[in-house]
Design a binder for this molecule. Structure first.
Ligand SMILES: NC(=O)c1ccc[n+]([C@@H]2O[C@H](COP(=O)([O-])OP(=O)(O)OC[C@H]3O[C@@H](n4cnc5c(N)ncnc54)[C@H](OP(=O)(O)O)[C@@H]3O)[C@@H](O)[C@H]2O)c1
Ligand SMILES: [Zn+2]
Ligand SMILES: [Zn+2]
Length: 336
């Protein structure tokens, strides 16, 4: 029996290296020889067992890039040897109300990489063909991996916010998502503000394209944004609802507070800035496989690459801990 190495969550809080038997892809599936997988903060919901619908043991990982090595029956679009990516929402059911309305990313019964099926902390992954994105030759696998979640999430959030060139756009939380958010905001032509806590990331944020850096430990960031007329959008990526709340007052009239971070604590809001000025707050979930291809294409066009640190698969426990401790600059990527 042929086997492959994977790192799985056996019980909540425990990641361990295991050998698993190689399976054949079923109808509509492919088997991927994984080359790289980013470690997203959402993986914590697999590791700690909290993701709705999760069953253990489970291999986390939804920023997966590799080459197809086997095709299941009925797969026509993809070829053996082709380099592909897999993100979080990696197969819609096609029959729920959201799907029937053409909103596949909000499918009510999706295949979720690293949650309902094994993900990419592994040498091999079985994926749904309809969940694949094609990877352009210009981007290497380790750089492409974070674009399959952190990239598409921030790119989609910004491009779908009805913004116009020159608008003041702030990105809160300069981590895996946030550093790409800053980069995309700048490349999309926005006046870009990075919001972090402490000054440590100021230089890196400016290197990524931020025109201005606000340090919430020293500045009243909302007041600072208002001095520039208010932000047309704030892309909130931090893992703290308490840190998000005061920023809503930094929006311009009609400004949008776009929540992509999923903190454990609530975002408690004052109604005044929402009502007086018609501000809004809403969430957005990653993107579809074709939107990941858009993200990759834009990244090639405008030379956006994630800032990454690579670790071998065998060191996944240390790599995951580095992300959780906020030490990654800015995305840890496992390489196989
Ligand atoms: N909407 C989606 O589809 C989607 C997709 C992917 C991820 N997510 C979610 O997005 C969030 C970020 O993911 P990530 O991979 O970018 O995580 P990450 O790399 O760990 O970055 C987290 C960021 O949050 C900041 N932060 C943490 N605690 C904070 C606090 N108390 N005050 C201010 N800032 C704080 C960190 O800042 P410091 O560096 O100062 O600690 C860091 O910049 C997670 O909740 C994740 O689950 C959502
Ligand atoms: Zn993710
Ligand atoms: Zn559906």
């Amino acid at each position: 029996m042929r086997t492959y190495k994977a790192v799985q969550v056996t019980k909540p809080g425990t990641l361990e290296l295991v050998e698993k038997p190689i399976a054949e892809p079923g109808a509509g599936q492919v088997r991927i020889r994984v080359e790289a997988c980013g470690i997203c903060h959402t993986d914590a919901a697999t590791v700690n067992g909290a993701y709705p619908g999760l069953t253990l043991p489970r291999v986390p990982g939804h920023e997966v890039v590799g080459c197809i090595e086997a095709l299941g029956s009925g797969v026509s679009k993809w070829k053996i040897g082709q380099r592909v990516g897999v993100g979080l929402i990696a197969g819609e059911d096609g029959v729920c109300e959201s799907c029937r309305r053409g909103d596949a990313v909000n499918c009510q019964n999706p295949v979720v990489s690293g949650v309902t099926v094994d993900g990419g902390y592994a040498e091999v992954m079985i994926a749904e063909a309809r969940g694949l994105s094609s990877i352009p030759d210009e981007i290497n696998s380790a750089d492409a991996a974070p674009l399959l979640c952190a990239g598409v999430t921030t790119y989609n959030a910004l491009r779908n916010a009805g913004l116009r060139g020159g608008d003041l756009v702030a990105v809160q939380g300069i981590g895996g998502l946030g550093h790409l958010g800053v980069h995309y905001a700048r490349k999309m032509g926005f006046r870009t503000v990075a919001i972090g806590r402490g000054r440590e990331k100021e230089k890196l944020a400016k290197d990524l394209g931020a025109h201005l850096y606000l340090d919430t430990s020293a500045d009243d960031a909302a007041a600072a944004l208002q001095r520039f007329g208010g932000a047309r959008a704030i892309l909130a990526t931090a893992t703290s609802g308490a840190a998000m709340r005061p920023l809503v007052s930094g929006l311009s009239a009609r400004g949008k507070f776009i929540v992509v971070g999923v903190p454990e604590d609530p975002i408690s809001l004052n109604a005044f800035p929402l009502v007086f000025g018609g501000r809004s707050i809403y969430g957005t979930l990653t993107g579809t496989p074709i939107e990941s291809e858009d993200t990759l294409a834009f990244s090639v066009l405008e030379n956006v690459r994630p800032m990454i640190e690579t670790f071998p698969l065998e060191q996944a426990v240390d790599a995951y801990a580095r992300m959780m401790q906020g030490k990654a600059r800015f995305r840890v990527v496992l390489t196989m």
